[in-house]
Ligand binder design. Structure first.
Ligand code: GLN
Length: 216
């Protein structure tokens, strides 16, 4: 893989500009992608937050749901944040009837898990990788966020909530909020808006290490 991978941010809904800026800071070339032929030219893809039911419908309408699902399952590196995490989950709790995802992550993700009354909160995260650049706490912002309720045997837990600074109840502490499985990374929180590029750097490294060749 090239030293400067090209990473697409799926521009159906959400913080596309913020993700692009963080990816560029982490050493990638980043661009917004929407149509199937654009999505086929990238080495990795970010699925931003927003509203997963809307992203799912728009992905279907733009004709990217099935081809992206196939590419992600074949090894295209993918990084989903918040609603994007939901889009990468194989199983959703509290989804709407018939809500579709790209899938690929062997996890159960609960939508709006921290409670609908808790719109947003900030927390420090504990990170489970011992030899990882994320040993220092990561301050994370959660907005109507999901959490990961169950993980399959090949899923690594990257982060749990350790300390809540404001907003959320005690039930948030200890919850799994970042996971990785092979080429896929997902966070419940929004690393694109807090100015700390370490999670994006983790994804850029995953893309650099990947041997997957997209349809380009
Ligand atoms: N609650 C939203 C959903 O279910 C996710 C919120 C977000 O992405 N900030 O899709």
């Amino acid at each position: 893989m090239t030293a400067v991978p090209t990473i697409g941010v799926l521009a159906l809904q959400g913080d596309v500009r913020e993700h692009r800026a963080m990816l560029e800071r982490a050493g990638a070339h980043a661009l917004a992608v929407r149509r199937p032929e654009e999505v086929e030219r990238v080495d990795g893809i970010v699925i931003p937050g927003g509203e997963s039911t809307t992203i799912s419908k728009l992905a279907r309408a733009f004709g990217v749901l099935d081809p992206r699902r196939a590419a992600l399952h074949a090894g295209l590196p993918g990084f989903g944040t918040c609603a994007g995490m939901i889009m990468l989950a194989d199983h959703i709790e509290a989804g709407t009837a018939g809500q579709e995802t790209f899938g690929g992550l062997d996890v159960v993700v609960r939508r709006n898990a921290f409670g609908r009354q808790v719109d947003s909160f900030e927390a420090d995260l504990a990170l489970d990788f011992e030899e990882h650049p994320l040993q220092r706490p990561f301050r994370a912002m959660f907005i109507r966020a999901p959490w990961v309720e169950k993980v399959g045997s090949s899923v690594e837990v990257v982060a749990r909530v350790s300390v809540v600074h404001r907003g959320a109840g005690a039930g948030a502490v200890g919850r799994i909020v970042a996971v990785r499985q092979a080429n896929l990374l997902a966070t419940s929180f929004h690393p694109e808006i807090t100015g700390d590029p370490r999670i994006h750097a983790m994804f850029v490294d995953m893309v650099r290490d990947s041997t997957f060749v997209n349809g380009k």
